[in-house]
Design a binder for this molecule. Structure first.
Ligand code: HEC
Ligand code: HEC
Length: 254
């Protein structure tokens, strides 16, 4: 009897254990399903975000060769599409339209390609101008503009000590590298595709730096500028834009 009771108790207990186990299994399974759904959602969100932000230009040896060997003369027939906004030789009249004269050709090529591919740099005005161009034509345009006379220094207020510190030393507290570390001591840019900033238009500079900060522009493969801009306040960006607008072309080497 006891034995039967014991068995039945045991059976009951066993039953409860089994039920509990089934419940746990169901819960675990449910949790697993939820977790995988969440994972899926986050993976797809991540993928979507990556898709939006990923650059499409990768500097393969072949692509570098195309840009290095571009023929600026062939761009003569193409610059007519650009001069209305960027000026005859890449120096614009508008503060919100970038100067592109004397710019690093790899940088310019990459921007044109990214406007063409839309997602890395989404600008309808520029997309319309480049959507039908071939890689060769964009490389020729980039070479042509890189050979023009750089924009002269603009008249700007005296830079603050804070601005000069950001340019020359950065800010260790915010883990900010000096701008000149990447953009050069005279804002002349650097290989492979770090742009020159000297003489750049102020409003354009501010808008694009803010776009990096808000991740509206994230076409830099390592997101270097997004990291930098993410740490900068509005007034710091304006101070830096004025500082660089006030720099003339790089003085000749001695
Ligand atoms: C209707 C005016 C307009 C025309 C025409 C135009 N652009 Fe632009 N371009 C702009 C504006 C405005 C921007 C800034 C867009 C942004 O904020 O991304 C720009 C950006 C650029 C940039 C990025 C510069 C940088 O410093 O990152 C390049 C390079 C450029 N244009 C080259 C060209 C070339 C080459 C052509 C001709 C094929 C052309 N543009 C035609 C208005 C124009
Ligand atoms: C770690 C390297 C690095 C540092 C430090 C850096 N930059 Fe940049 N910056 C870049 C690169 C690379 C690009 C080009 C991004 C791309 O490919 O679109 C860029 C682009 C820019 C542009 C856009 C230029 C254009 O014509 O559209 C501005 C403006 C700019 N940087 C300002 C600054 C300022 C101001 C600082 C200092 C506070 C700074 N950068 C520090 C690497 C750097």
């Amino acid at each position: 009897m006891y034995a039967i009771l014991g068995i039945s108790r045991f059976g009951h207990l066993h039953q409860r254990i089994i039920t509990a186990k089934v419940k746990t299994d169901v819960m675990t399974e449910f949790k697993c399903v939820c977790a995988s759904m969440l994972l899926l959602v986050s993976v797809s969100l991540h993928a979507e975000q990556e898709d939006v932000l990923n650059p499409t230009v990768y500097w393969t040896a072949e692509l570098q060769k195309l840009v290095a060997g571009a023929n600026a003369r062939n761009a003569d027939a193409l610059t007519g599409k650009c001069s209305k906004c960027h000026g005859e030789t890449g120096i614009s009249d508008e503060a919100d339209t970038p100067n592109i004269a004397a710019q690093n050709r790899y940088y310019t090529f990459k921007q044109l390609k990214h406007y063409q591919d839309v997602k890395p740099r989404d600008d309808r005005t520029m997309h319309r101008r480049v959507k039908k161009l071939s890689d060769q034509e964009m490389a020729d345009l980039a070479a042509w503009y890189s050979m023009q006379v750089p924009a002269p220094a603009q008249d700007v207020p005296e830079p603050s000590t804070g601005t000069i510190k950001l340019v020359r030393q950065g800010d260790t507290e915010r883990d900010l590298k000096a701008c000149m570390h990447c953009h050069g001591a005279h804002g002349e840019g650097a290989p492979l595709d770090t742009p020159a900033l000297a003489g750049q238009q102020i409003e354009y500079f501010v808008e694009t730096a803010v776009a990096f900060r808000e991740l509206g522009r994230a076409d830099d493969i390592y997101r270097r500028m997004c990291a930098v801009s993410g740490e900068l306040a509005d007034e710091e960006i304006r101070g830096l834009a004025e500082y660089y607008a006030g720099l003339g072309p790089k003085p000749p080497e001695h």
